[in-house]
Structure formats: structure tokens, C-alpha cells
Design a protein around this ligand. Structure first.
Ligand code: CDP
Ligand code: CDP
Length: 235
């Protein structure tokens, strides 16, 4: 199958990462979780008591930051590593969620992570989710999706996810965190979350998980077929 870049952006908890993972699997593409990279950077800053508002701390933090992804051979799931240590569960905790959007406003941190994301996607055949994938990381992505869902639905889904990991968090606290992150992510100066004009908007509030995966896979296949037709007509 032809290789394209599928960019999935949107608010927190509307299903971007789980959908992106399933879409990548179906297309035989690589899934890249850009949010996990901002989360790993946040954990690094927290672990070393580094302040994102202190330029010296930022330089120090970036110099010692190494993020990678590995597939767990037992589960087949992709996991995030920070300086060689598996941090997949730790980066999803509320303490990281509470700090991540502040870290993600810092220009130097974004510059470094965007460069890494572009390297990871340079051979195409990737599905990447985040906040600025269609607008900044891959503005030429062949397929751009903007996912939304209402706040109640997003908070409930996030609560269920945390519960499955043994963390019981009050629904109101989750809502507050989602609203706060959406506000910071949408209003920051550096690469704010926006719906670009060539993105297809999908509201997942009343969709089943399977339906949204099928919809995006279908769109991707159409784009791949169109590219193939275009290439054969211009030979
Ligand atoms: O999974 P969830 O929607 O809660 O968030 P995430 O995708 O793990 O991203 C965590 C945070 O990282 C977001 O709230 C943004 O502040 C930041 N982020 C970003 O600024 N740009 C990206 N491309 C991805 C994430
Ligand atoms: O990446 P983002 O924060 O946008 O969302 P996520 O981490 O994929 O979390 C969404 C959660 O809602 C996952 O547990 C999904 O299985 C679940 N879900 C969904 O994404 N879409 C539905 N239609 C129903 C449930």
C-alpha cells in the first residue's frame, strides 16, 4: 500500500491516540504519539526539579532528555522510554497531566520535539496524533483529521482509562484538567491547537470507537488510491 502521513489533532480525551493506533495497525503504518513526547519531557523536568520558565533549566533539561519508543514483545504495545527507562504508565498520571501543557508552551522544547517528530515521520507511512501535527509538524500531510467530542464524554472516557490503571480520580477534577489544558493549548503563542482549513472534522461524542476507526481508514485509503491514480496519469 502507498505511504502517506495521517495527522490527527484535537482536544484532550476525544480519542485521538487510541484511534490513531488502531488506524495505523489497519493500514500497516507506524503510530507516533507526539503527546507522549511532551509528557516524557514533563516528567523529566519534574524529576529534576527544572523550571520551564527558567531558560537555563530549559537548556539543561533538553541536553539530558532522550525519548524513544519500543514495542513491548509480550503485549505488542508501543511504550515510551525516557533516558532508557520505561515511563509509559508514569507519563499518564495526573501529576504529569497537570504540568504538561505549561511545558508544551516553551518554544525551545517545542522546537526540539517537532524536529524529532519530523525525523520519525520522514519516510511517511505514519499516523501521528497531537495538537500541531497538521498545522506545524506535517503541514503537507496527505490526510488531516480534527477530532472533537463534548466535555462530559471526554472526561468520562479519561476517568475509565485511569480507573483501569488503578487511579481513581474525581470526574470534576478530570474536567477541570481537560478544560485547563484545552485553554492553554488553544491560546498559546507557539503552535496553538487550531483546526486547519484542510482538516476533516470528526465529532466522536456519539460514535463507537470502531466507527471512527473505519471512517479514518476509509478516508486514508481514498487518499492513497487518488495518489496512485495521479502518479500513473503523470508517468
Ligand atoms: O492524551 P491527551 O489528549 O490527554 O494528551 P496528549 O496527547 O498526551 O498531550 C498532552 C499535552 O501535550 C497536551 O495537552 C498539549 O499540551 C501537549 N501537546 C502539544 O502541545 N503538542 C502536541 N503535538 C502533542 C501534545
Ligand atoms: O488521545 P486522546 O486524549 O484524544 O484520547 P485517548 O487517549 O485515545 O482516550 C480516549 C478514550 O476513549 C480511550 O480509552 C478510547 O478507547 C475511548 N473511546 C474513544 O476513543 N472513542 C469512542 N467512541 C469511545 C471510547
Amino acid at each position: 500500500m502507498g505511504k502517506i502521513v495521517v495527522a490527527i489533532d484535537g482536544y484532550s480525551g476525544c480519542g485521538k491516540s487510541s484511534t490513531a493506533k488502531a488506524v495505523a495497525k489497519d493500514l500497516g503504518f507506524t503510530y507516533i504519539d507526539s503527546g507522549a513526547m511532551y509528557r516524557a519531557a514533563t516528567l523529566h523536568f519534574l524529576n529534576h526539579y527544572l523550571s520551564p520558565s527558567n531558560p537555563q533549566d530549559v537548556a539543561k533539561g533538553l541536553k539530558t532528555l532522550e525519548i524513544s519508543f519500543k514495542i513491548n514483545p509480550d503485549t505488542g504495545k508501543q511504550e515510551t522510554y525516557l533516558n532508557g527507562i520505561n515511563v509509559e504508565d508514569e507519563i499518564r498520571s495526573m501529576s504529569v497531566s497537570e504540568k504538561v501543557s505549561e511545558i508544551a508552551t516553551v518554544k525551545e522544547i517545542r522546537k526540539e520535539l517537532v524536529a524529532q517528530q519530523r525525523r520519525l515521520g520522514k519516510s511517511k507511512g505514519v499516523v501521528m496524533d497531537g495538537r500541531d501535527i497538521g498545522s506545524v509538524v506535517f503541514p503537507d500531510a496527505e490526510l488531516k483529521i480534527f477530532m472533537t467530542a463534548d466535555l462530559e464524554t471526554r472526561a468520562f472516557r479519561r476517568q475509565q482509562e485511569l480507573l483501569e490503571k488503578g487511579e481513581l480520580v474525581d470526574l470534576e477534577d478530570i474536567k477541570k484538567n481537560l478544560v485547563n489544558r484545552d485553554r492553554i493549548d488553544s491560546s498559546r503563542t507557539e503552535s496553538p491547537l487550531i483546526k486547519v482549513s484542510d482538516a476533516v472534522e470528526i465529532d466522536t461524542s456519539n460514535l463507537t470507537f470502531e466507527a471512527q476507526v473505519v471512517q479514518i481508514v476509509q478516508l486514508a485509503k481514498e487518499v492513497i488510491d487518488n495518489e496512485k491514480d495521479y502518479a500513473s496519469n503523470h508517468r
